[in-house]
Write a protein that binds this ligand. Structure first.
Ligand SMILES: [Fe+2]
Length: 280
């Protein structure tokens, strides 16, 4: 595994260590899954991705208070992936919030929106579910409140904002965990600097000025709506929110959304990356 180390100073009496892992992109299939899913698993799966996932879990168990996974644990919806999710997430040490691939049927073959997500969600439920909430998840670890929010289609929803405000009322420092990073100028610039061929930057909350560089399809896919902008305003203004853990773009990056709010983007776990965040 490729381990990054970061620190966050928020005045905790006793340090808390989180292992942030994101984008493992595991692909299991079994006899309940169709031929197309078997072909996808043969093409996209690899023993290396699984090896890294188990290394991350073992490292977190030995060294950290929790493993925080910000989605794309699996590459697509399959019976075998759902069974594996239940097995992995039964471990209280493993905190999870879904990414876009958790709902992907065949990886990029369809327009993905709320209806698409709900269809996949029901299929996952038919197969017994992940055993944990997928759209919203919270866990208190050593006096830190980890709040996971599904924003995997570049959108936040008002019910999530309502729940987040309720979490802030608990008075504990909050670490937010979600799949798609929030727009920040240097992150946007870094993306285009290193990947100038890309038609977008895969960030949440990109304004019209910055969407202008996107392809028409990507701008339509990633344009924020009013609830998303409300959520981002709240995240930037709520002092109990101390940091954001996120992924999706498959590279490592750290920057601040405000003077006091860092956003940690961690590279793909499929490639070995994980970030140990020490909070004190
Ligand atoms: Fe993703």
């Amino acid at each position: 595994m490729k381990l990054l180390k970061s620190t966050l100073h928020i005045g905790l009496e006793k340090p808390v260590k989180l292992l942030h892992v994101t984008d493992s992109h595991i692909s299991y299939v079994d006899d309940y899954d169709d031929e197309r899913k078997h072909a996808l698993a043969a093409r996209l799966g690899s023993p290396e991705k699984e090896k890294y996932l188990y290394e991350h879990i073992a490292y977190a168990k030995a060294n950290c208070d929790a493993l925080v996974h910000t989605g794309d644990l699996f590459d697509f919806v399959s019976h075998a992936n759902t069974v594996k999710a239940r097995e992995l997430l039964a471990d209280e040490h493993f905190f999870f919030i879904a990414g876009n691939h958790e709902y992907s049927q065949y990886v990029g073959e369809a327009w993905e929106d709320k209806a698409y997500r709900m269809n996949s969600y029901m299929q996952i439920e038919r197969d017994g579910g992940f055993g944990v909430p997928m759209l919203w998840n919270t866990k208190i670890v050593g006096g830190v409140n980890i709040v996971g929010i599904d924003n995997s289609y570049y959108l936040f929803e008002d019910w999530q904002l309502h729940r987040l405000k309720k979490e802030a009322e608990k008075g504990l420092p909050i670490i937010l965990a979600f799949h798609d990073p929030i727009f920040e100028q240097s992150l946007y610039d870094y993306h285009y600097e290193h990947m100038p061929y890309e038609s977008c930057t895969y960030l949440t909350g990109v304004d019209e000025e910055h969407l202008a560089r996107y392809s028409e399809f990507r701008a339509y896919q990633q344009r924020p709506d009013a609830p998303t902008l409300r959520m981002i305003d709240y995240i930037k203004s709520e002092p109990m929110i101390k940091a954001i853990l996120t992924g999706h773009v498959h590279f490592n990056y750290e920057s601040n959304l405000t003077d006091t709010l860092p956003q940690f983007v961690t590279g793909g776990a499929y490639d070995g990356y994980a970030r140990e965040l020490t909070i004190d």
